[in-house]
Ligand binder design. Structure first.
Ligand code: PLP
Length: 430
């Protein structure tokens, strides 16, 4: 399978390149040249399959030419070693809980799959890979945990000093010996600038194999298609039609749903549910895409004014807005509405949702006002990750299911936002 960069479609690259290069070419969005349809035997048997088997059957047609079957199965077993339950709240309303991974957010799915894949590539190119990533909090934790202990890979994570929560800092600094957390005296933009400088440093990139674990990476995005099939398979024919409501920021999760549909998933509709960072719902309404600076909200992992995967969606539908509207409806909500939804979920269904999940519920409800269907809304984070907001809104204490496991080992340095220092660290074998 070859991959094209949607900005330069004529130049095609291998999977290894598409996965490794999404670092060096800024905002390079790769897509596979074909999106295969799954065969009917898959749909006849998918309701009997485990999550891991579903994952294999969905990813094999895309990755199978580049990764041997046994390796792909290994990657899946290690990456998806947690449950993704579909919880029924009401006869026609379900919530798909994507937050049972080690860092309690759906980003574990993509980050763990990518880690397994890079580990396999590192072995096959016989070289150590260095992964560099800047984080404002959540992504870093999922990446650190996913790559911990991978022996051919070293990870450097930059985070802004004093701007991440205690739990997040623990997840970053105590993940494992191959993960080095650099606390940068500066803000998130300073961190990101340093990362960009490193990727633009061609001399450095000749000396070491440097890559990124950012969320536009296709190997992080595509495995998320799996849980759309897995959850759909648990419904019965008389539940159809089925819609998914996806709480969206960078739109990787929703794009994975659209790819699933292209592979044959018979979902009728996807709902792009956002907070006031609403450039995509407004696009669906007006036909014009106007990116904006991000506004802070209580569902802060979705505070994205210019979602990077939006262009992937345009590409998938050849820029045809009518076709896009046929598959996606969009709604956006204020923090006040989000808090009301958290209360409603709790009083009606005794369900405690985090703010991101509550936005997805709102989008589904809005859609179901005028359409009869079975709705699945995606729960992207455990409420215990946002204890202050949940306690303030529901007057109820929430905790994470287990105290977060970290090693006693701390691999952490505090440094100025100085590229020369970062460069030395990347060249060393820390
Ligand atoms: C990242 C994130 C999102 C947004 O996902 P995208 O794929 O960027 O749209 C939603 N909820 C939570 C909790 C997240 O961490």
């Amino acid at each position: 399978m070859l991959y094209y960069n949607i900005d330069k479609p004529s130049r095609k690259v291998s999977l290894v390149e598409a996965v490794m290069r999404s670092a060096s070419e800024e905002r390079a969005l790769y897509m596979p040249e074909k999106i295969p349809s799954l065969d009917s035997s898959f749909f006849e048997h998918f309701s009997e399959m485990t999550l891991q088997e579903t994952a294999y059957r969905v990813t094999e047609p895309v990755f199978g030419e580049d990764i041997p079957a046994e390796e792909l199965r290994n990657i899946i077993e290690r990456a998806l070693n947690f449950d993704i339950p579909l919880v029924k709240l009401f006869p026609d309303i379900y919530v798909l809980e994507l937050f049972h991974g080690p860092t309690f957010a759906f980003k574990d799915v993509g980050a763990r799959f990518l880690a397994g894949m890079l580990d396999y590539f590192a072995g096959s190119i016989n070289n150590e890979i260095k992964v560099l990533v800047a984080t404002s909090g959540d992504t870093g934790g999922a990446v650190a945990n996913a790559f911990a202990g991978k022996k051919n890979i070293k990870v450097v994570i930059l985070y802004p000093s004093g701007r991440v929560s205690f739990i997040q800092e623990q997840q970053l600094t105590k993940a494992g010996e191959n993960i080095l957390a650099l606390e940068i005296k500066g803000d998130f933009d300073d961190c990101q600038k340093l990362v960009k400088q490193a990727f633009a440093d061609s001399k450095l990139n000749e000396e070491i194999v440097l890559t990124s674990a950012n969320s536009i990476n296709f190997a992080r995005l595509f495995p998320q298609s799996v849980y759309y099939f897995y959850s759909f398979a648990q419904l019965k024919k008389n539940d159809y039609p089925v819609v998914f409501s996806v709480p969206s920021g960078n739109f990787g999760n929703l794009t994975a749903g659209l790819i699933a549909k292209r592979m044959g998933l018979p979902a009728v509709k996807f709902i792009a549910s956002t907070n006031i960072n609403r450039s995509v719902p407004l696009y669906l309404e007006s036909g014009k895409f106007v990116p904006h600076h991000s506004f802070p909200t209580i569902s802060n992992a979705m505070d994205v004014g210019n979602p990077s995967n939006f262009r992937r969606i345009l590409d998938l539908y050849s820029n045809d807005i009518e076709k896009i509207r046929a598959d996606i409806s969009g709604f956006w909500f204020t923090d006040e509405k989000t808090r009301q939804a958290m209360k409603e979920l709790y009083t009606r269904y005794s369900y405690i949702a985090d703010p991101h999940t509550a936005v997805a519920y709102l989008g589904l409800k809005e859609y179901m006002k005028n359409n009869s269907c079975t709705g699945i809304f995606l729960a992207t984070a455990h409420p215990g990750k946002f204890p202050e907001e949940v306690e303030k809104t529901l007057d109820k204490q929430v905790t994470l299911p287990v105290s977060h496991k970290t090693t006693s080992y701390s691999h952490h340095r505090k440094m100025a936002a100085d590229y020369r220092l970062l460069r030395e660290i990347l060249k060393s074998s820390f």
